[in-house]
Design a protein around this ligand. Sequence first.
Ligand SMILES: CCCCCCCCCCCCCCCC(=O)SCCNC(=O)CCNC(=O)[C@H](O)C(C)(C)COP(=O)(O)OP(=O)(O)OC[C@H]1O[C@@H](n2cnc3c(N)ncnc32)[C@H](O)[C@@H]1OP(=O)(O)O
Length: 415
Amino acid sequence: MTASMPHAAGAAAAEDPPILQSGLHRSRTVTHGHAEPESEVATMKKTVMGIGPMLQSLNVMNEELRKRKDNLLRDKLVLEESIVTCNKEKDEDTTKLSEASESLKKLKTEHDDGKANAQKEIESLKQQILDRDKAICALVDTTKAEARKLCGLVIWYRIITHKCRKTRDCSLSSVLRVEQTLRILKTRPSLHTGFQADKLIHTTVRLPGIFSPRPRDFSLPNSSWSPKMMELYDHYNSQCDLETEDIESQKGPWIRLPSYNRILKYAKGGVYLSKIMQSKARLFTRNVYQVGASFEYVIFLNKEEKKCVCLFQAGHLLEGPPGHVHGGAIATMIDTVTGTHATFLSGLVVTANLNINYRNAIPLGSTVILESTLDHIEGRKTHINCKVTSADGSKVHTEATALFVSISVSHLMGM
Ligand SMILES: CCCCCCCCCCCCCCCC(=O)SCCNC(=O)CCNC(=O)[C@H](O)C(C)(C)COP(=O)(O)OP(=O)(O)OC[C@H]1O[C@@H](n2cnc3c(N)ncnc32)[C@H](O)[C@@H]1OP(=O)(O)O
């Protein structure tokens, strides 16, 4: 039995960790040998004391591994979160992309529609001009040699301008000549039979852009004007000064004020300041070319009564509360009418104060009347009152008071 023991002990020693080997060997020696118990205990104690630091280092290693595991788990969570965020952002970007391409498509459609509408508008304006020519010539007294001559001139120049428009080599003087001839035909009573000038007011139109020999007067009727706007326009226009062939005028109490999109460049007798102004500057209320889209208005001035009347039709781009005109747009119109009024009364002025009471909202597309009356002038200060009412005067929409202060040109340039 003892002969086989060393082999068994040797096998056990080979499987056990080295630090335990000496202890086990000793205890086996105690069992089968003759070593003293005290030294055995001492050896065991030594062995146990050797295990302590080893366990400590194993614990440290274990702790480190646990920390690494925690860190890895945390990293995994962070990565998973960022994958979720990335996917979310990707989804949002995809949505944005599809929205952008959708609105691009919409814009393109709108642009195409706008272009088609503008083309239609130009065609309709051309037709209106032709109809106007025909109507004027139809009313001309053809027994009169001069009337026949002028009619012939209109037709002749119309043909010339039509031809040159096609080749884009249009002489402005020939276009002007037609307009001038038409004016003579319209206003000189001896040239027509029972002809009423105001019957043709509806057909007073001007072609935009290259077709227009003069700057566009935005206060003339266009196809967007409602029947009510036209009715009021005719009412005031028929009481305006009438220009005759000899540039003499038949006096009427009202004057229709022309309205251009560049005040300083085109204002008659105004100070020509365009060199110091940005060439792209445009009057706020006249910077939309699409007829009927924003501010459609015309101002009439009554010098004797020192008052102004403005007929205003608000387009769909001026929406504030749903279906109604924006308060800022109303303020703009009040400022424009009272400002124009004050300019005619006191020369160069700026708005110093504007007080507005909004009483009843103005429906988009409706025609309203702004009546501007002089309150008093005191030194450099011009006080104006303004009332905005429905076309029939039954409803007060807005009331305002405005103060304008006279300034010098140098003040304007230094502003
Ligand atoms: C050629 C023909 C073309 C005709 C076709 C025209 C077509 C036209 C269409 C466009 C029409 C658009 C019309 C828009 C008109 C604007 O929207 S203008 C733009 C908005 N306004 C501004 O930017 C003005 C800025 N403010 C200023 O420049 C200066 O403050 C002012 C108003 C000129 C006053 O300054 P100032 O010259 O130093 O004068 P100051 O001594 O302070 O005041 C003078 C008097 O006014 C009184 N005052 C001044 N400010 C106030 C105030 N806020 N409240 C009460 N009182 C005041 C002062 O108390 C003083 O009174 P008094 O002591 O004499 O009794």
